[in-house]
Design a protein. Sequence first.
Lengths: 244, 244
Amino acid sequence: MSQPSAAILIIGDEILSGRTRDANMHYLAGQLTEAGIALKEARVVSDDETAIVDAVKTLSSRYDYLFTSGGIGPTHDDITADCIAKAFDRTIDVRADARDLLAAYYEKEGKEFNEARQRMARIPEGATLIDNPVSVAPGFTLENTHVMAGVPSVFRAMVASVLPGLTGGAPLQSVTQKLLKGEGDVAAPLSQLAQDYPTLSIGSYPFQQDGIYGTNIVLRGTDSKMLTDAKRKLKEIFGDAAHE
Amino acid sequence: MSQPSAAILIIGDEILSGRTRDANMHYLAGQLTEAGIALKEARVVSDDETAIVDAVKTLSSRYDYLFTSGGIGPTHDDITADCIAKAFDRTIDVRADARDLLAAYYEKEGKEFNEARQRMARIPEGATLIDNPVSVAPGFTLENTHVMAGVPSVFRAMVASVLPGLTGGAPLQSVTQKLLKGEGDVAAPLSQLAQDYPTLSIGSYPFQQDGIYGTNIVLRGTDSKMLTDAKRKLKEIFGDAAHE
């Protein structure tokens, strides 16, 4: 079973200015790998309508799933919901169910449910809401695009709501073999191994430890028997240089 | 003086699988901001020729500068240099000066300068080398595109070589004002402030501390007098809720 493909779009000036270090891309990458969905591309764009709309159109049509992070709060630079509506050519307005959720929350908190906060109930026509157990303001799914908050705790909660409903492929598994040889010494045999196992992804990650140059080889694939075979072959090729 | 624009392209399956958390985007973002260059977009793609070539073509033509990270090592999945050559329609081959640098290094290290390591001397026609004081294998600059290593220590050293030679604009400055009000309560006045100061970027970052909801307002711009003005106005608007 082949794996569905996905992209993530991170929205926010604060990431591109270097003020904030994004954490959501790395988190989602790990979650998708476990779910058997292949993350193929990630993009970060600023809080700019044209940039967001263009990226949403491109990525949602190119991949099976698109996940977005950021830009769904109450302030003037939170324009993601409107941009999603525009990208999919939908209308957008305050929706009763989202408004009711937020109204009840702010009443309980003793805070005014003002116009800015009502913006967070703006949902494109035809979307379904994504639950926000942390701070109530919902995300939403429109077609293949899942629109989530940028705040990491909320993003993670929304991913937990969304992922179980998606169709994944066989989860990607990986095995690692540590080699006590530099990357330049393992490159040629690895290239041969990659040709022998065309469906595996083979990565090499050099390290230096106590003055010794080594390389960790990571084999990734969905077929555990093939991974075991390839690792055994790798150990045969490198003999004593294969650690453990 | 307006700021030149830039993009970064991170290349590598290990980032998209979640195995490795990228550090270079955030580092470059901070360095560019200091240099007065506006990072407008970031992308991560896998070690795939079509994906790399397409992204290089798009980003190098859309922005003043493109920086790439990753894929210039000795192994079969290090295809960045060849992809850059293809994107700019240049030939590529082992270049004498790059080969000599590497040959001297491996001789000193007592390691074989084999075919895989010679791949690291493949440089597109017309490029200039970027010094690698950490592990010698050079990066290169072709037209407006700076091709650098993915290993963070090497990436940083290469950024330090490249940045002083680039033309920046006025450095982006920022001032922060802490408000003891929730984001939904500050949104409307902030929107007005953004209209009064159209050349400033105004971001709001909610926080919760000791049970109090507050919002940090970050004003960014290149004109320090305007930033001081805007911050004073912000304090006037919020009175006692403006901290310190």
